[in-house]
Design a protein around this ligand. Structure first.
Ligand code: TLP
Length: 340
């Protein structure tokens, strides 16, 4: 029985063509700035996002943390959406390493300019200063939704009014690009710092980029060293990233179509899908979610529990349209057992 792994788009394995590109990569010591493949990837990423510079880091978590540390001081407040990755899934790094307090805005992950305005405290010695706002696009916890463009514009206006820095956690920014038809560089334009991941839907094994002004990237470079993320001959990983940017962006549309197909099939099985997928994530409710997860797993379909009562299935490079149909048949069998 083949396993269909829908737990995350992080589980993809490099394709044969990507492995060839990795094997052929020119490498050098990146701590000396001498890895030509990493330098090329950084240039390509900065260009693609319309920023002055970019830094290759091992993970999205490190990209976000370096961005936060570069733009705050201990005791500052970071505003971000409810359920954001930085708040829930980065092991408390902003607080533990940066002394930064996170305040959640809005409901369900999305928020707008007025939410930012109402979170700004008076100038008063009781209050910690708000310094940074972070937007996640696509928003994972909200169901892989594209953060509406007018809301991003409103958040950016509010941030500017109050002199706040703006960070974009664009771990899946290219899913937003493909789903919305708005180029990543336009999504990135209002932000001072932008993180995006190569190791999610783009299918590279490792790596993220942190993009911004030359001054911000210089600060982040030092922070990467401090956090232990300075890599040496990592050009093979950069080559995978370059390959992904060239060959795996447009195809994200297939993952989105597969997610819609999966959602329709789950609805036919009587499960409540909410929201209907805009990108590659399917969130659905089940009465006995843990039992369903276990029964599906026994039949070779792996999914995740994202919050109480809500399961997440993510489509990606290693999941074909046929796999979606097989997964649906197996989930149908699992449900039949639970409903018997
Ligand atoms: N998300 C992972 C898990 O950590 C939850 C997943 O399976 O979705 N920002 C966002 C929006 C993310 O979804 C993730 C990873 C990250 C940052 C962190 O990236 P990595 O895993 O490279 O540190």
């Amino acid at each position: 029985m083949t396993t269909i792994d829908l737990r995350s788009d992080t589980v993809t394995r490099p394709t044969p063509a990507m492995r060839e590109a990795m094997a052929a990569a020119e490498v050098g010591d990146d701590v000396y700035g001498e890895d030509p493949s990493i330098n090329r990837l950084q240039e390509r990423a900065a260009e693609r996002l319309g920023k002055q510079a970019a830094l290759f880091v091992p993970s999205g978590t490190m990209a976000n943390l370096a961005a936060i540390l570069a733009q705050t001081r201990a005791g500052d407040v970071l505003l971000t959406g409810e359920g954001s990755h930085t708040l829930l899934w980065e092991s408390g790094g902003a607080a533990a390493v940066g002394g930064v307090q996170i305040q959640a805005l809005g409901r369900g992950g999305l928020f707008d300019g007025d939410d930012v305005r109402s979170a700004i405290p008076p100038v008063d010695p009781h209050c910690a200063p708000v310094r940074l706002v972070s937007v996640e696009n696509t928003h994972n916890w909200a169901g892989g939704v594209v953060f509406p463009r007018e809301r991003v514009a409103g958040v950016a206006d509010a941030a500017r009014e109050h002199g706040l820095a703006l960070h974009l956690d664009g771990a899946r920014l290219f899913n937003a690009e493909v789903a919305s038809g708005v180029p990543a560089r336009e999504w990135a334009a209002p932000f001072d710092s932008v993180a995006f991941c190569l190791s999610k839907g783009l299918g590279a094994p490792v790596g993220s980029l942190l993009c911004g002004s030359r001054a911000l990237v210089e600060r982040a470079h030092r922070l990467r060293k401090m956090l232990g993320g300075g890599m040496r001959q990592a050009g093979g990983l950069a080559a995978a990233g370059l390959h992904a940017l060239e060959h795996h962006v447009a195809r994200l549309a297939e993952d989105h179509a597969n997610a819609r197909r999966l959602a329709e099939g789950l609805e036919k099985l009587g499960l409540r899908v909410d929201p209907f997928p805009e990108t590659n994530m399917v969130f659905f409710r089940a009465e006995d979610e843990r039992l369903l997860l276990a029964e599906a797993e026994r039949r070779g379909v792996r999914m995740g529990l994202i919050k109480p009562g809500v399961l997440r299935a993510v489509t990606h490079l290693d999941v074909s349209r046929e796999d979606v149909d097989v997964a649906l048949a197996r989930i149908g069998e699992a449900l039949a057992v639970l409903r018997a």
